[in-house]
Design a protein around this ligand. Sequence first.
Ligand SMILES: Nc1ncnc2c1ncn2[C@@H]1O[C@H](COP(=O)(O)OP(=O)(O)OP(=O)(O)O)[C@@H](O)[C@H]1O
Length: 341
Amino acid sequence: MIVIEQLSKIFKTNHQEFKAVDNMSLKIEKGEIFGVIGYSGAGKSTFIRLINRLEEPTSGTVEIEGQNVTGLSKHDLRIKRQEIGMIFQHFNLLWSRTVEENIAFPLEIAGVSKGESAKRVQELIDLVGLTGKEKNYPSQLSGGQKQRVGIARALANNPKVLLCDEATSALDPETTDAILGLLVDINEKLGLTIILITHEMHVIQKICHNVAVMESGRIVEQGSVLDVFSYPKMPVTKKFVEQVMGKPDDELTDDLLLEHISDGHILKLQFVKETANQAIISEVAKKYEVDVNIIQGNIKQTQEGAYGSLYVQMTGELTAVEDALQFIRSTSVDVEVISHG
Ligand SMILES: Nc1ncnc2c1ncn2[C@@H]1O[C@H](COP(=O)(O)OP(=O)(O)OP(=O)(O)O)[C@@H](O)[C@H]1O
């Protein structure tokens, strides 16, 4: 577990003080993917760099698996850092070294023998999907491949924690998805705790279990990704949720409602933690003598299942519709009848 208590960082410039991280406290469970989201200047980079002391805290503590990182001497910190891998937005690779030499670099520093290092490097290259690119230089790789090298290098010393500093912000959407998929894979295969910072809510939605929202150096909201998405409280959180879900008031437009209102029931199905949303619709259509027509919806998958809403039109005999409604109510899906046709 990682326990962060009352962590602060004050930058002093020209006799002025600036609190970039302001009294942050957090608990991150072993093996989870924890996301910190905030707009530019919120203090995310400073926060993540305080965890491995790339930035020295002004006050507060960071404890990783029972060891207080903030209290370590320089020598002990160097050893502890082998347990904390990090990847960066702009990869930070060594341009004059090949893929395999980049990945071997932290092993050289840790004093691992050449033979052992070569074996480990090959394992890592296979793990991140770079087999065949061993002898390439970073300049011969795509952005996604460069980040794969960054991930392999960060994993070289078998860390317990991986810090990701905007790791996908420089990548296109498709490559972002592939790298996020790789991070989930690594998290599951190696049981690695991942802490990531981002300004993109879809990154949080896709891979995180828990999330903290940062504003002006503070955490203003936190919880499980599903809870924060389903019931965002603070204005900044609502804005982030809108990045992936759209505005709540353009859910079902009056025009669409008018188009379908004369015929059948219009239902709003609300999914939270539902893993089989498609199955429920087809099950209803099969089990009951009703037709179900999806009008509009926005369902997103998270690590804990799907959430979002779906507007459907249901037509059929009144008793069949009632039975179908009762069936849906017996599942974990909330149903609201918007109009009775
Ligand atoms: N070395 C420094 N000296 C002075 N101020 C700093 C320093 N580093 C960061 N800051 C300030 O601290 C605040 C938080 O910066 P930080 O980079 O942590 O934010 P961020 O949320 O990561 O933003 P971005 O996504 O734009 O990097 C900013 O106002 C920044 O100007």
